[in-house]
Write a protein that binds this ligand. Structure first.
Ligand SMILES: Nc1ncnc2c1ncn2[C@@H]1O[C@H](COP(=O)(O)OP(=O)(O)O)[C@@H](O)[C@H]1O
Ligand SMILES: [Mg+2]
Length: 438
């Protein structure tokens, strides 16, 4: 095989790795190619470590379908076709065969401190080349890449989570909010499921930006914005990449930008993909408010990624914030007019949410709703949890033998969270339960 052909195969292999991995750097140095009197040598520096010898031996055994020998002398050489095993004889035979030599701890290089030499006295055969490329691939692939098979895992490591469609979260998991659900259906679900309809219309009418690519959920905490992300995954039947912005923010200089970049790169692996940027307010406070230099940098990187990602087909970005008024103007403008407000629930909705989390209370949901003025869905869910715990304690202490928590438990739980002063509280008439009054 021509030397040039070997060279080209190695370079192509490295290029291919760079292309598919999106890694900025390979885990190996640039190769050196040497060709003297028919003796081919290809030299790499890598942070392989002595343990990498096992990898080399395994790959060679599987490619050549015969055992290999490891010879210690000038470094550690793995040799194919050597029948003599270790020692002098092996040394004699070495040059006849394709060998890979690992010399650990080159003290002159800081990171890539192992020298790896592929060599053969005469030209490489096809099978030699095949073995070499496999070893190079193994050696050059950064850790990240090995997870290529499992983007889910990679995303998790980066602080994002993949929400797969799960029937547990569907539109009925969010009680009430019919107007909000309609907006989500119109601005997110339909466009994402049938982009071709919108694109066709764009073409026929000449209207631009008919297809929504970025939508912002805004509203107080506990009003179901994050839950809506899971609902959307189910209702569109798509994987949704959930990015809690806070978890991306790292104290290491420049680290956050890299993490964010990798998350978007992994997300692009999916044929169709939705990205949910949760609690963007933790990052994107207005420019005038003495924004920290690192935050400012991350914001501009985020803006670029939003732009790039949403310009692709079959993608959509959803952002969520508890404090829209604090958001950076450039960031808000990325979402255009597509802002969906998650308000606090109305009294009627609060009653429904109470019945959702405490089905047995029936009529009493009315006064619970009155007392939970200005509370969110999450507050109500927590009140119901709290009431159930109070009841558990009463059961254990023998104070109650009822199967379900009664009025007194809800009264106690709700009083703890009341949003208005005591005197206003006295205006409420508590219904008289068994233990409700005393
Ligand atoms: N309308 C609602 N119906 C049922 N549960 C709700 C409702 N609103 C909020 N919740 C519950 O409150 C909790 C917090 O909601 P979450 O989606 O995290 O709110 P946000 O992201 O807006 O802060 C969730 O467990 C959710 O199920
Ligand atoms: Mg949330």
């Amino acid at each position: 095989m021509e030397f040039e052909k070997v060279k080209m195969a190695v370079n192509n292999c490295l290029e291919e790795i760079v292309k598919t991995t999106k890694a900025e750097t390979l885990a190996v140095s640039k190769p050196e190619f040497k060709y003297e009197d028919g003796d081919i040598k290809i030299i790499f520096y890598a942070a392989a470590g002595r343990a990498f010898l096992t990898n080399i031996a395994d790959i060679m055994t599987s490619v050549y379908k015969q055992n290999v020998a490891i010879d210690c002398g000038w470094g550690y050489s793995v040799i194919v076709g050597n029948k003599y095993g270790y020692g002098e004889k092996a040394e004699e035979q070495k040059d006849k065969y394709f060998s890979v030599t690992l010399m650990p701890e080159n003290r002159y290089r800081e990171e890539l401190n192992d020298k790896i030499v592929f060599s053969k006295i005469r030209d490489f055969s096809d099978i030699d080349l095949q073995a070499m490329l496999k070893i190079i691939e193994k050696m050059a692939m950064p850790e990240k890449v090995k997870e290529k098979m499992a983007p889910e895992k990679a995303l998790e490591k980066l602080g994002a989570v993949l929400y797969k469609p799960n029937q547990k979260y569907n539109f009925s998991s969010i009680v009430g909010y019919e107007d909000v659900k309609q907006l989500v259906e119109d601005a997110v679900i339909l466009p994402f499921k049938h982009p071709e309809v919108y694109k066709g219309l764009e073409e026929r009418t000449g209207l631009r930006n008919l297809l929504p690519k970025a939508v912002l959920f805004s509203g107080p905490p506990g009003t179901g914005k994050t839950t809506m992300a899971k609902v959307i995954a189910y209702e569109t039947g798509t994987n949704l990449v959930y990015i809690p912005i806070e978890s991306v923010m790292s104290c290491w200089y420049g680290e956050s930008e890299k993490i964010l970049g990798s998350i978007f790169a992994w997300s692009s692996e999916f044929e169709r993909c939705m990205v949910f940027l949760d609690e963007i307010d933790s990052l994107a406070t207005g420019r005038n408010k003495n924004m920290h230099e690192a935050t400012r940098r991350l914001l501009s990187v985020l803006l670029r990624h939003i732009q790039g990602f949403s310009s692709k087909d079959n993608t959509m970005i959803i952002g969520a914030t508890n404090k829209k008024e604090d958001l950076d103007a450039a960031l808000i403008s990325r979402f255009g007019n597509n802002v969906i407000e998650f308000r606090l629930p109305s009294e009627k909705e609060r009653a429904e949410i109470f019945r959702h989390y405490a089905g047995h209370i029936g009529e009493e949901s009315g006064w619970l709703a009155k007392m939970s003025k200005k509370m969110s869905g999450r507050d109500i869910e927590e009140i119901c949890l709290d009431a159930a715990r109070i009841h558990a304690r009463q059961m254990i202490s023998g104070a109650s033998s009822e199967e379900m928590p009664d009025t007194s438990a809800y009264r106690e739980a709700i009083s703890k969270r009341m949003q208005f002063p005591e005197d206003e509280l006295s205006a409420f008439e508590f219904p008289k339960g068994d233990k409700g009054e005393n």
